[in-house]
Design a protein around this ligand. Structure first.
Ligand SMILES: [Zn+2]
Length: 313
């Protein structure tokens, strides 16, 4: 089947329509500012027997009528911005990667998923509840790598691609070869691995596997929306992955100036620009810097001296 993207719109009674793209039986509605966080892109897949919804970002709340007939919801991973429309579908079966499922089943699970320091994590969970309509789903069903869902003429296959979160999975629509790649979002920000459930090493391995996906169209949760050309996807993936190496280099450059503690390094900001401030930033900077340090120690480029880290010659 040839894949041609066509523009679609969902009319709004009180403002401009929500625009999107249709790729055969797959609709992608773009969140505000091309699905930039805190919004995201909503994917709807219609088979002859069932309709599946991938994630439910903020924009889901604007196109609720389009989601009303959903037979199942599949989350590619758990973060508040991907669960912001779940409250619209409280009785629809919900499938979540096994390693992330506790984070959707309870607020305590979400706390452990973030893993920030106590005051920060409480505020972030409260923000998930108030700003992202987060409602725990104790009935969520766990899925594993290789899980499939038959929609009638279409099959969805889960491919575990961890790192962003422990459970982060690509949802591949077969036989069309359309891959929903979630928060491997090809943004200029680069890969995010700042939560307790994140893993830099796993993210690196995931990125090396992305080109092996048997796909010919890639849908991101944020920013890019739909990428239709393999060459373009490959180039964007390379730029995205290169951010990790830039963070390595920036950290090494700081340590070449002088040995530093984790706190000193985190304060120098290797993830967020100094102009961006939010309550989770110090925790994320610390978590990211520590993972880079551990990897750099592993490859012999950094050594630990008590509380300090030092660059090797
Ligand atoms: Zn995420």
């Amino acid at each position: 089947m040839d894949l041609h993207a066509e523009r679609i719109e969902c009319a709004m009674p009180d403002g401009p329509p929500v625009s999107g793209m249709r790729l055969g039986p797959v609709e992608v509605f773009l969140g505000a500012q091309s699905g930039k966080f805190p919004d995201g892109n909503q994917v709807i897949v219609r088979g002859s027997d069932a309709m599946a919804v991938f994630d439910t970002p903020m924009v889901a709340n604007r196109i609720a009528t389009r989601l009303a007939d959903a037979d199942l919801v599949i989350l590619g991973h758990v973060h508040e911005d991907h669960a912001a429309g779940l409250h619209l579908l409280p009785h629809v079966p919900l499938h979540v990667p096994r390693a992330d499922v506790d984070a959707i089943r309870s607020l305590d699970g979400l706390r452990r998923h973030y893993g920030y320091s106590p005051g920060v994590v409480d505020a972030m969970v409260e923000r998930a509840r108030t700003d992202f309509h987060f409602v725990p789903r104790p009935d969520a069903l766990a899925y594993d790598d290789g899980a499939t869902w038959e929609l009638g003429g279409l099959r969805v296959r889960a491919i575990h691609m961890p790192g962003h979160t422990a459970g982060h999975s690509v949802l591949l629509i077969e036989p069309l070869g359309i891959a929903f790649i979630g928060d491997i979002d090809l943004s200029s920000f680069g890969p995010y691995y700042g939560d307790a459930c994140s893993d830099l090493g796993a993210f690196r391995r995931t990125l090396t596997r992305m080109l092996d996906l048997p796909a010919r169209a890639w849908i991101t949760s944020h920013h890019k929306g739909i990428v239709m050309e393999r060459a373009g996807f490959s180039a964007q993936l390379e730029r995205f992955a290169a951010v990790i190496e830039r963070r390595d280099e920036a950290l090494l450059a700081a340590l070449r100036e002088q040995p530093a503690t984790l706190e000193e390094l985190a304060a120098r900001r290797f993830v967020y620009p100094p102009s961006f401030n939010d309550l989770f930033v110090p925790d994320v900077e610390r978590r990211v810097a520590l993972q880079h340090l551990e990897a750099l120690i592993g490859s012999g480029r950094v050594e630990r001296r008590g509380a300090h880290y030092a660059a090797m010659a």
